[in-house]
Structures are given as structure tokens and as C-alpha cells.
Design a protein around this ligand. Structure first.
Ligand code: SF4
Length: 396
């Protein structure tokens, strides 16, 4: 698992230089449990469901409630403040719907969910039932994001996923019956995946008629099981050209079916974009609850201790679970705004003095020339594939 950044020491009481969230804020809740660890995954998640007091599946919601109470003491703002909440992991649905609903209720009573708030949980298709989805909807969840990954059995096996393609179909149907919006996540570039298999997965996702689709290239970190297999030459990871072809194939199919890209890896039916993710991409305010969760409030970032037991001990002692914090300078904020903003459909304002560079980007087919003439830097499909190098050139 990746280590947390260094940063400065965070105050034990969780206080912040500027704690005002008057325009509202978002809540992220990290549930650090999974049934098995997938070979490519380096997220902060654990298959040990009994780690100890405050960190076991049964009493982990109590630790989250402690952090919610602390955040209520720290943040300043009147009225109903919560625009979106997102439960991620890990596998949030390793917790019972009653437990997830309890955490959501604690957030609501601390801050007030606004009318029409977007409340999402991630879920693995095999970890839900008709009843559990109904209970989540009753508890106030509005959206579920399923880790579909692929519609091909051998690809799912290569990714260590435990569900079958049929389980995704069933879970999506149940979610619809419960009145939940549906997103599906896909992964391309698994070892051995052919272009034909990838196209099948995209078509199968479209056949489910979800509101939203995310598609990510497989990234394999060195510390993972798959990373070790790749290092020993046991598996072949896809080259960048193959990943680019798969991205283009997905974008074509999704666009043809009425989904619009709104961030490099995300497509939605009009009006169904994930509002929670937009808070991250537009450098809004959010509090991340749970072990290893990151937060951002008015230019100050802080992140929690990573291990669930260390997290639970801090909460139990009445202390902030923040491991460290950093306050961004104005220049760092601008840089971050560009890095994130360039990934969005609306792009960014052409930075001052970047005219000649932007003209070169347009000649290379990386940005929309019409939008550039109007002062916006908006990536083309080719540009989206090379977004990192566009950002690097802007800073060079
Ligand atoms: S289900 Fe998701 S979070 Fe859990 S191990 Fe697999 S990839 Fe990681």
C-alpha cells in the first residue's frame, strides 16, 4: 500500500486555519474492508475483519461516528451543509446496510443533508442483494457504483474478482427496483485481455443502461501480487498503445450511446455526472472520514492515520485521527487547479503567456482549436490520452 505523504504535524484537536464551510461541503467515508485482496490493488483495505476494538466490522461505525462528532466541533457553517456523501473503500457493502445507514444518519444529524443531496456507495456486485439495496435506498442512499470491471469471466479471474457477469446484471436490476441511480466501473488492460473482450465488456455495460460509466486503465503497483508477477515476467502488462486503443474504443461506443465524457475516465448521461467527484476535481471542500482518508478545507489538506487500529485508538482517546496536514501556497493551488481542471470537459482558462504553446497543442491535435481561440484549453480525445504530458509542458 502506498505510504502517506509527510506534511506537518496536525493539531490533536483537529482545528483548522480556516474552518468555514459556508457554501456547503462533501463527505467521503472510507470503509477499509474487503472479502479478498485483488492482485492489483494497493488501496488501504484489509481482509482481517476483526482487527480489534473500534477497528472491527462490528464497531468500526462507532469510530466513524467519533470522527463525525469531531468534524462537527471543528467545521463552521450554518444550515444544511452536506451536498454529497460518498462511501468508498475497500468494499463499503462489507458493512450491513443498517450500519451504513447509521453512519449516514450521523452525518445528517451533524451537518444536515441538503435537499437533493447525492449519496453514493460503492459496492461489489456479489456483496448486495435485493433486500440490502432496498434498505440502502430507505436509509437515504441515492446512487450505487458497482465494480463491474469486465463482462468476461477470464478477465474477471485475471483481476481476482469474485463475481460473475450475471451477478452484475442482477445487482443493477435490483438497484433500479430500489430507485437508485447506477454507475458501473470498468477496467481495461488486464493481463491477457484482447480488444474483442474489451469491446464485449463495454457493450455489456451499455446493455445495463447505467446512468454513469467509469473506465480506468489497469495500474499495477510494485508492492502488489500482480506487480511481483509482472516483475518476474509471469504476466505481460499492456503497452501504452494498446491502452490508448482501448480508451478510444470505449469513448466511441459510449459517445455513440448518448454518454458524454465529463472527466477523462468518466462518462454520464446528461445530468447524471457524479457531483461528489466534481468536488475533488474543482478543489472544493470535503472531509474524508476513516483510516487513511484525505480531506481538504479551504486550502488545507490533511490525512488520517492509515491503519484502522491506530485510527480507532486516536478516536477512542478523543483525539483527531489526522496524521499530518499541509496548507497549499497560492502557486500550489493554481498548479493543482490546472492539473485537475484540464481533465474536465470544460477544461481550463488558457494560462497567461501560454498562447504559443497552446497553438502548438492545437496543431498537434491535442486541444480544441475553436475553444482555444475563445480562451479555453479543452482536450480532444487524443489530448485526453496525453493529458499528463500537456500538463507537464504547461509547467516546463
Ligand atoms: S474489491 Fe476493490 S478495494 Fe477490495 S481488494 Fe479488490 S480492488 Fe481493492
Amino acid at each position: 500500500m502506498p505510504e502517506l505523504p509527510d506534511g506537518e504535524q496536525a493539531p490533536p484537536d483537529g482545528s483548522l486555519p480556516d474552518p468555514g464551510v459556508h457554501g456547503g461541503f462533501a463527505a467521503y467515508v472510507h470503509i477499509p474492508f474487503c472479502a479478498v485482496r485483488c492482485g492489483y490493488c494497493d488501496f488501504n483495505t484489509y481482509t482481517n475483519l476483526r482487527m480489534g476494538p473500534g477497528a472491527s466490522v462490528d464497531d468500526f461505525p462507532g469510530s466513524l461516528a467519533g470522527e463525525i462528532a469531531l468534524s462537527r466541533r471543528v467545521l463552521r457553517g450554518e444550515g444544511r451543509l452536506l451536498d454529497t456523501a460518498f462511501f468508498g473503500g475497500g468494499t463499503p457493502t462489507m458493512l450491513d446496510p443498517g450500519q451504513l445507514g447509521g453512519v449516514l444518519a450521523a452525518l445528517d444529524s451533524a451537518f444536515g443533508l441538503r435537499a437533493g443531496a447525492e449519496v453514493t456507495t460503492e459496492a461489489n456486485p456479489e456483496s448486495v442483494s435485493r433486500d440490502s439495496l432496498l434498505r440502502l435506498a430507505d436509509a437515504g442512499f441515492t446512487r450505487v457504483s458497482f465494480g463491474m470491471q469486465s463482462a468476461v469471466g477470464s478477465v474477471l479471474a485475471a483481476l481476482d474478482r469474485r463475481h460473475t457477469p450475471g451477478q452484475v446484471e442482477r445487482a443493477v436490476a435490483w438497484a433500479r427496483q430500489a430507485g437508485l441511480d447506477v454507475s458501473v466501473d470498468l477496467i481495461y488492460g488486464a493481463p491477457g485481455e484482447t480488444m474483442g473482450q474489451w469491446r464485449r465488456s463495454v457493450d455489456a455495460a451499455l446493455a445495463l443502461e447505467p446512468d454513469h460509466v467509469s473506465a480506468y486503465a489497469l495500474t499495477v503497483e510494485p508492492g502488489t501480487r500482480m506487480g511481483a508477477q509482472a516483475a518476474r515476467g509471469r504476466i505481460r502488462l499492456p503497452d501504452p498503445d494498446e491502452l490508448a486503443d482501448k480508451y478510444e474504443a470505449a469513448d466511441e461506443a459510449l459517445t455513440a450511446s448518448g454518454y458524454r465524457w465529463y472527466e477523462i475516465s468518466n462518462w454520464a448521461r446528461p445530468g447524471r455526472e457524479c457531483r461528489h467527484n466534481a468536488v475533488y476535481w474543482r478543489s472544493g471542500n470535503w472531509w474524508g472520514y476513516g483510516p487513511g482518508a484525505h480531506s481538504h478545507v479551504n486550502g488545507t489538506r490533511f490525512w488520517n492515520v492509515k491503519h484502522p487500529l491506530a485510527y480507532a485508538r486516536r478516536i477512542g482517546a478523543g483525539e483527531s485521527p489526522a496524521a499530518a496536514c499541509e496548507t497549499l501556497t497560492a502557486a500550489e493551488r493554481r498548479r493543482e487547479d490546472v492539473m485537475l481542471g484540464i481533465r474536465l470537459r470544460e477544461g481550463i482558462e488558457v494560462p497567461q503567456g501560454a498562447g504559443p504553446l497552446v497553438a502548438r497543442f492545437a496543431d498537434d491535435g491535442l486541444v480544441d482549436p475553436g475553444r482555444a481561440a475563445g480562451g479555453r484549453l479543452v482536450l480532444t480525445r487524443k489530448g485526453r490520452l496525453l493529458a499528463d504530458s500537456v500538463t507537464r509542458d504547461l509547467w516546463a
